[in-house]
Every structure is written in C-alpha cells, then in structure tokens.
Design a protein around this ligand. Structure first.
Ligand SMILES: Cc1ncc(C[n+]2csc(CCOP(=O)(O)OP(=O)(O)O)c2C)c(N)n1
Ligand code: SF4
Ligand SMILES: [Mg+2]
Length: 323
C-alpha cells in the first residue's frame, strides 16, 4: 500500500467528533445562567481533545448545576444530593479506562457533601471536578448556602445570613494530598476554557471552582467584579496559564504566580476583594489512590474469587476447631 493510501486509511479509522456529537437536549437553565457557559467550555474541551463519548462519564449530585450530565451526549450519572464525589470514586475504581468528570453545586459539595469533598481531595483520584458556585441553592428556590456572602437575604435567612462565607479554594488547599486547584469565572470564556483544559490534563483530583452567576436568585451579587475588570487578578506563569494579548488588554491586573507555591496559593485563595483567576496550585507528584491500590489487579475473576474465598474462610467454623 502506498503512503497516501495508508494515510487515508488512518484518517478513516480515526474517530472524529464535532461539537454537536457531545450536545444533548436543550438546557433548561434560565437565560443568563452561568451554567450555560460552563457547558459550552466543557463541550468544546471534549471536541478538541477528541474524547470518545463512550469512554467519558459526567457524574453529578442534585441541583440546577447537577443537570449537567443530561446535556452531554456521553455517559452520565445524575446522582443523589451531596453524593456526586463518592459515586465518581466508585466509577473511577471500577472503570479506570473512563474520563471521569464531576459537576457539583455549592450546596451539593460544600454543605451536604462536605465530608465527601474533604476525603475526595485526600484520596486524589484522577477526575476533573467543577464546583458551580452560585452562592445559593438555585434549584430549591433560594436558600442560603455555605458560600453565600454574609448578609445574603434568602428564604432561610430573611434578615440576612449571619456567618462569613466558606471559601472553597481555601478549604481545598488545606487538605492533605491536594494536587490541583484553579478558579474561573463564567463570564471570561477564554480563561474558563484554558482552566477546564488544564484541569482535564492534570492527573489527580482537579478541583475547579467556577464563579457562576444565578440571575434568578442573586442577580447582582457579582456585579462589582463583572463591571470592573481591575478586580479580576489574572494569574499567569510559565508553568501555569499564559493568557492571550487580547485578554490582557481588558484584564490588565496580571500576577505572576508559580502554581507550585502552596503558601502563596493559600494567600491568594483568601482574598475577597479581588477574584484570582487561573491555576492556584498544581503538584503532579501527589500519588493517586487508584495507583496506590493498583485496583486493576482486582479485576481478574480469579483474584476476585480467591479474595472472596479467603475472606469467607475467616468466618468459617471448622468442625474440629469447634469440638
Ligand atoms: C438529601 C437531600 N436533601 C435535600 C434535597 C433538596 N435539594 C435539592 S437541590 C438542593 C440544593 C441545590 O443547591 P446547589 O447544590 O448549590 O445547586 P444549584 O441548584 O445552586 O446549582 C437541595 C437542598 C435533596 N434533593 N436531597
Ligand atoms: S435558578 Fe439560578 S442556577 Fe438555577 S438555572 Fe436559574 S439562573 Fe441557573
Ligand atoms: Mg448553588
């Protein structure tokens, strides 16, 4: 076979996907909801990375944001409120060949699911996690969440919420084995895409907090940052992201930040006046739980059978021992 024919054949065998191949249904989110921008960035990532739909799964909990898997033409698991992460961990252990993504809301992750979140960071299993942080319970019509700013008026806090908001980045950066933490905002698509892509390429638990607008229940909460680009700090570094010249024209407040510097990442995460956007922390050397466990070995039927028999034998009462 000549060179040209071989190339043509290779091209035919190579699976190519268009954006539409990852799109499913018409999202039911309100118009202007930041979830739409996150969906667009993730579908673009799937197309650009050529992710095979049958090798990709989106896992979510319950909430507006957790409707995400319905809009991806891949595998999906729209789970139980607060339990997106343990479901994703199960998928990861049973099917290490899949690309695992998680979509979780601030209520889902930081309230009812908080214990799972902390342990998932420590286990550092290879998955890409998007925290859609709209600072409110959206689906259930406006109850304060742990990330609601102090003073937020809601159905559960009619006189304004009493406590300071929990900072998801600070929490994540405080847990043992943290390996990737980034922050994006839904209204800067270029950086949202670059961050989603960097998170996907990191091997380990990649945690991306996405500041997500909920025009239905908190229409003005992000206005100070939305209308003043100077209040966005664009993080850049040779080992982080390198935003385009066009973006730098608008977002002039740039900061060189080395993502291997954990203490500096923690300082940046605790800022509330500015929103740092980019990669705060990355450590590719943190081992993944599934590699430490070498879970692949558990998959041979012989090993499973002998393991089960050994386990059952522990509880067997042998007649001579009993007598
Ligand atoms: C065990 C359980 N508790 C409570 C609920 C009710 N519930 C559904 S979604 C939700 C909060 C959703 O908020 P968030 O996770 O921030 O997602 P959003 O809708 O804002 O995207 C609650 C309390 C539930 N479905 N299951
Ligand atoms: S209620 Fe808020 S979070 Fe839910 S779809 Fe509407 S804008 Fe989005
Ligand atoms: Mg929410």
């Amino acid at each position: 076979m000549n060179m040209l024919a071989t190339e043509c054949l290779l091209e035919l065998c190579e699976e190519r996907h268009e954006l539409e191949d990852y799109q499913s249904g018409v999202p039911r989110w309100c118009s202007g909801c930041g979830d739409n921008a996150i969906l667009a960035a993730v579908q673009r990532l799937c197309r650009d990375e050529g992710l095979r739909p049958e090798k990709t799964v989106f896992v979510s909990g319950i909430g507006c944001s957790s409707r995400f898997p319905h809009y991806m033409r891949t595998y999906g698991f729209h789970g139980i409120h607060g339990r997106a992460l343990p479901v994703a961990e199960g998928v990861r252990l049973a099917r290490p060949d899949l690309n695992v993504f998680v979509n979780t809301g601030d209520g889902d992750c930081c309230s009812i699911g908080a214990a799972h979140w902390i342990h998932a960071i420590r286990y550092n299993m290879n998955m890409t996690v998007f925290l859609h942080d709209n600072q409110i319970y959206g689906l259930t019509k406006m109850q304060a969440s742990p990330t609601s700013p102090r003073g937020t008026k809601s159905n559960t806090t009619p006189r304004g919420s009493t406590l300071e908001a929990l900072q998801p980045l600070s929490v994540t950066l405080g847990v043992q084995n943290v390996s990737f933490v980034a922050q994006a905002v839904d209204w800067i698509p270029e950086m949202l895409y670059d961050i989603v892509k960097a998170a996907y390429h990191h091997k380990g638990f990649s945690f991306v907090r996405i500041v997500q607008r909920c025009p239905e229940w908190l229409p003005k909460v992000w206005d100070p940052w939305l209308h003043d680009p100077q209040r966005i700090t664009v993080l850049h570094h040779e080992r982080g992201l390198q935003p385009s010249a066009a973006l730098s024209q608008v977002y002039r407040n740039r900061l060189e930040h080395d993502p291997s510097n954990l203490n500096r990442a923690r300082e940046l995460a605790s800022e509330t006046d500015q929103i740092p956007v980019g990669i705060l922390f990355r450590d590719p050397s943190v081992p993944c739980y599934e590699d430490l466990r070498q879970t692949g070995k558990l998959h041979t039927p012989e090993l499973i059978k002998s393991g089960l028999e050994a386990e059952l034998d522990k509880f067997t009462v042998w007649p001579q021992a009993a007598g």
